[in-house]
Design a protein around this ligand. Structure first.
Ligand code: PMP
Length: 400
């Protein structure tokens, strides 16, 4: 049956993690996969999540959730992304569906875009982007186009290229937007630039599909990180999709907690698209996993726990910011050739170093420092014990 099957190379980041785990070198450093680590390099269970688990353990059952997921979770997730005021205004024009984390939300969005329109729109994706975007949409049969997002010289956002790409895009196309903490570059538009982008989306009749995998995790403040989502829906009055993940901001990587939100312009469209999401979800996963959604909604629905979660967001984002600074300082003090300003201009979980593939390879093979092939590092993998080693190794490699 499958003699025509193709061999598909393993996912680069998951393969890198396996390589790291198999490396016996004691000083090895994993800057590959984007998972938060505490100051000792260990996974961190958020205290707010711990508390939520304790509350749940007394009343947990293992029943199926409804097809579109836990109602309280969907409501809290939408309130979080939109903020309570916009949520109150928009709630009757909202379709929501719990998903298998952020990836599942993107996939559901793709299914809806394919099934809910007379013709299949083109999908515009920034270059570079998170490695899975192309796969998710290409595997659903969409034609994916890319546009230059980052200027390779400045290693910063290329806003002119972004504007030009939108102006040249076919009307009624979909554009994937990283809501904040663009992965891998760590470069986001300013508020003024977001306003201009929203204006062009409106003018060109483009559909914004927000990938929101880092709300609150980026700046430590959800309202800041959700700025673009709220601007597009409230101020620019655009219909928009939002793909939420609670993997990073609650540390619920393996529980697969996510939600797809669709802000429509009429109640009737919301009812119809909600029914389509239900059908699409039923045929794919029947109903989503319960445990993680219960953890998240317990936190979001309770003022005290929500505050504890906000404190956890600050713990994570502050530690990442201080490690970003520490790496920058070490690169400068050890005399690393070139300019490193881009590293401290970027924000979020990742640092985009701008190293050549041969340097990335040398760091892995000679120094046991693992990072993505495009020289993206997960800053959370740095700590007081390894940051000097990483900075010095980069400097040595560049000077060789
Ligand atoms: N989008 C982006 C930009 C991401 O970086 C990630 C996580 N690496 C995701 C979506 C989704 O991840 P998950 O499916 O684990 O929520």
């Amino acid at each position: 049956w499958f003699d025509q099957a193709h061999f598909i190379p393993p996912d680069a980041i998951f393969a890198l993690t396996a390589q790291y785990l198999a490396d016996p070198f004691p000083q090895k450093v994993n800057l590959g996969q984007g998972t938060y680590r505490d100051e000792n390099g260990n996974p961190w269970v958020l205290p707010s999540v711990q508390k939520s688990r304790e509350i749940l353990s007394q009343k947990l059952n293992h029943e199926y959730l409804p097809i579109v997921g836990l109602a309280s979770f969907r409501q809290e997730a939408a309130k979080l992304a939109l903020g309570p005021e916009l949520f109150a205004k928009q709630q009757d024009k909202l379709a929501t569906c719990q998903s298998l984390s952020g990836t599942g939300a993107l996939h559901l969005a793709g299914l809806l875009l394919r099934a809910g329109r007379a013709s299949r729109p083109k999908i515009y994706i920034p270059e570079p982007t998170w490695s899975n975007h192309h796969q998710v949409f290409a595997s659903l049969g969409f034609q994916c186009e890319t546009f230059q997002y980052c200027n390779p010289e400045t290693k910063g956002l290329d806003i002119d290229s972004y504007y030009a790409a939108l102006k040249a895009a076919e009307p009624n196309s979909v554009v994937i937007i990283h809501a904040c903490a663009h992965n891998p570059t760590g470069c986001d538009p300013s508020q003024e630039q977001w306003r201009e982008l929203a204006r062009i989306f409106k003018e060109r009749q483009l559909f914004p599909l927000f990938d929101a995998a880092y709300l609150g995790f980026n700046s430590g403040n959800v309202d800041n990180d959700a700025f673009a989502i709220r601007l597009f829906i409230e101020e620019a009055k655009l219909e928009a999709g939002v793909c939420l993940s609670f993997a990073k901001n609650m540390g619920l990587y393996g529980e697969r907690v996510g939600c797809f939100l669709l802000a429509t312009s009429t109640e009737e469209t919301a009812v119809k698209t909600q029914s389509m999401l239900e059908m699409l979800q039923r045929s794919e996963v029947s109903n989503p996993p319960a445990y993680g959604a219960k953890i998240a909604s317990t936190i979001l629905a309770d003022a005290t726990l929500r505050q504890a979660w906000h404190d956890d967001l600050i713990t994570m984002s502050d530690r990442i910011r201080s490690m970003r600074r520490a790496l920058y300082d070490r690169l400068i003090s050890s005399g690393a050739p070139g300019s490193w300003e881009h590293l401290i201009r970027q924000s979020g979980m990742f640092g985009f170093l701008g190293l050549s593939p041969s340097i990335v390879l040398k760091l892995r093979e000679q120094y046991h420092i693992y990072m993505a092939g495009n020289s993206r590092i997960s800053i959370a993998g740095l700590n007081e014990q390894n940051v000097e080693y990483v900075g010095d190794s980069i400097t040595e490699c560049l000077k060789q």
